[in-house]
Design a protein around this ligand. Structure first.
Ligand code: AMP
Length: 249
């Protein structure tokens, strides 16, 4: 069974982002970029399925700028076999990324596609669902456990009622939640080996796609600064402030 994993390059989760002075977006100069944490979980799950001989090959794909090759290399160092890099210099929304991934799926014919549940930069949580729709494949989203059983896949999801287990017919699309696994760190020997693994470069044109998507960012701004809090000495003082200063009671 071949597995396709899709990974996105995002601003590292530990970075406090700054808005550009003209409000046109986030300032990415000298900002640490990493693989989206939910995509790391997706890679880890695919590699574990290969290690347990359920999968025979793990292909990792990304749609992004030339520097996204770093995230492909990280996935290869974690254990993926080869990469596909669709090079685009502009930020694209899930509606275009999912179409690019569909093009890769039609070419590669994997039995399973694993994505993160969401990218931490735009929090869209749309790409996996859109891809499943475009392919007309079953989807299991927010997976906290997956089990391949012949031509079927069991996906356990954490929902408000508890744990829900779905059975999907393969081929299928799965998106990963936080508790699916704990991703490994790539070891130095595997980082070295990853440099020799093949990475295919494509453009949107190779997939018969245009970057246009009908969405325009009008402005980006920081939320208002929080006012400092005040400590009060007694309940009576609190009530007085709520009544006379905040005027909420
Ligand atoms: P989103 O729908 O943007 O929240 O992203 C959900 C998941 O879709 C991510 O965790 C990735 O697995 C995948 N994805 C989103 N954008 C890209 C991209 N540009 N390249 C590859 N995969 C992506």
């Amino acid at each position: 069974m071949k597995i396709l994993v899709s990974v996105k390059r995002v601003v590292d989760y530990a970075v406090k982002v700054r808005v550009k002075p003209d409000g046109s977006g986030i300032d990415l100069n000298n900002v640490k970029m990493s693989m989206n944490p939910f995509c790391e979980i997706a890679v880890e799950e695919a590699v574990r399925l290969k290690e347990s001989k359920v999968a025979s090959e793990v292909v990792v794909a990304t749609v992004g700028p030339s520097q996204s090759s770093e995230q492909i290399r990280t996935a290869l160092a974690m254990g993926a076999d080869r990469g596909i890099h669709v090079q685009v210099e502009q930020e694209l929304p899930p509606s275009v990324v999912s179409r690019a991934l569909k093009g890769i799926v039609l070419k590669e014919k994997p039995s399973l596609v694993i994505l993160g549940k969401q990218a931490i930069d735009d929090d869209c949580n749309q790409t996996g669902q859109m891809l499943a729709q475009l392919l007309d494949w079953p989807q299991g989203t927010f997976a906290s456990k997956i089990k391949v059983d012949g031509e079927k896949l069991q996906v356990t999801r954490e929902v408000d009622r508890g744990l829900e287990t779905l059975e999907l017919r393969l081929p299928a699309v799965v998106t990963c939640d936080l508790r699916l696994n704990e991703p490994r760190y790539a070891t130095l020997p595997n980082i070295m080996k990853a440099k020799k693994k093949p990475v295919e470069k494509l453009g949107l044109k190779d997939l018969n796609l245009e970057p246009s998507h009908g969405i325009e960012t009008l402005s980006v701004f920081e939320p208002p600064k929080r006012q400092g809090g005040n400590k009060v000495e007694s309940v009576a003082e609190l009530i007085d402030k709520l009544r006379n200063e905040a005027k909420v009671i």
